[in-house]
Design a protein around this ligand. Structure first.
Ligand SMILES: [Zn+2]
Length: 270
């Protein structure tokens, strides 16, 4: 390869590393913000729930286990390798990390996952009330539907296995007697979807308590689903194609990029 081409490749890689540093700082702040919102809005008891986000192609950031989610600091966020789920900073990730890893590996388009023990959504599963056929149009338009995943013991690999068929088709679902899971391009989108689920569950619970919660008329529901499908919100998802480089290409590009980045960040550069 010509020297000029190698230099261009290295400069491009350096820019990506530079933006990754900024992205990691931003992502850590986004995760802390989402965890605090979930606690303050009553979705979680202090140590409940978890939030993660994809960091480039090889890493994840995730909330730590057993920590008060309303008081998280950026440096408490755990960094893991996507390939094997190992923490690279010796912190302990969320006990539900297997579920997060399974979803990221199956859906290359997912950039963030939010999980909370939202009381109305979980309460409906305890009483056996499904939200797969929502009572308000927003849940169909925004999410396509909100299925319930059959019960599996929290923190086990059974949760990850039970979730996968739903995660391949939906961006929001409820784990029976456990909690809500939402997926998004980024943390803000996943958080927003989780709030739509809980708001819909709240409306459904009020309707049930005041006379009944019949689902939207079947013809109208089909119309709304078509609208959601046309907007790309509810069609089955293919997960996207992963990007692959050979190990030799990866290490050469990374090594060159690190050297160019050192030059770019050297004192005296504007
Ligand atoms: Zn949970």
């Amino acid at each position: 390869m010509a020297l000029r081409s190698i230099a261009a490749l290295a400069r491009e890689r350096a820019r990506r590393i530079e933006s990754r540093v900024v992205s990691e700082h931003r992502l850590r702040a986004d995760i802390c913000h989402a965890a605090r919102v979930l606690y303050e809005r009553g979705h979680n008891a202090p140590a409940d729930g978890n939030v993660s986000a994809r960091l480039g192609r090889r890493y994840l950031l995730c909330t730590p286990t057993g920590v008060h989610k309303g008081e998280l600091s950026s440096d408490a966020i755990v960094k893991l390798r996507l390939a094997d789920g190992l923490s690279i900073d010796e912190k302990r990730p969320s006990s539900e990390i297997k579920m997060h890893l399974g979803i990221y590996r199956a859906r290359a388009d997912v950039g963030a996952i939010v999980h909370a023990h939202s009381p109305h959504a979980v309460g409906l599963t305890v009483s056996g009330q499904s939200m797969a056929e929502p009572v308000v149009p927003e849940a169909i338009l925004g999410l396509g539907g909100i299925p319930t995943v059959p019960y599996a013991s929290p923190t086990t690999a059974d949760v990850a296995a039970a979730v996968l068929p739903y995660a391949l088709r939906f961006n929001a679902f409820i784990l029976e007697r456990h909690g809500t899971v939402t997926l998004g391009d980024d943390v803000a989108m996943a958080l927003s979807r989780l709030e739509v689920v809980e708001h819909t569950a709240h409306i459904t619970a009020v309707a049930l308590a005041t006379g009944g919660a019949p689902p939207i008329d079947a013809t109208e529901a089909a119309h709304l689903r078509k609208m959601a499908e046309d907007a790309g919100l509810s069609r089955p998802l293919d997960g996207g194609a992963p990007i692959r480089l050979s190990a030799a290409e990866e290490s050469l590009a990374e090594a060159l990029a690190e050297r160019v980045l050192a030059r770019l960040l050297a004192p005296g550069r504007s």
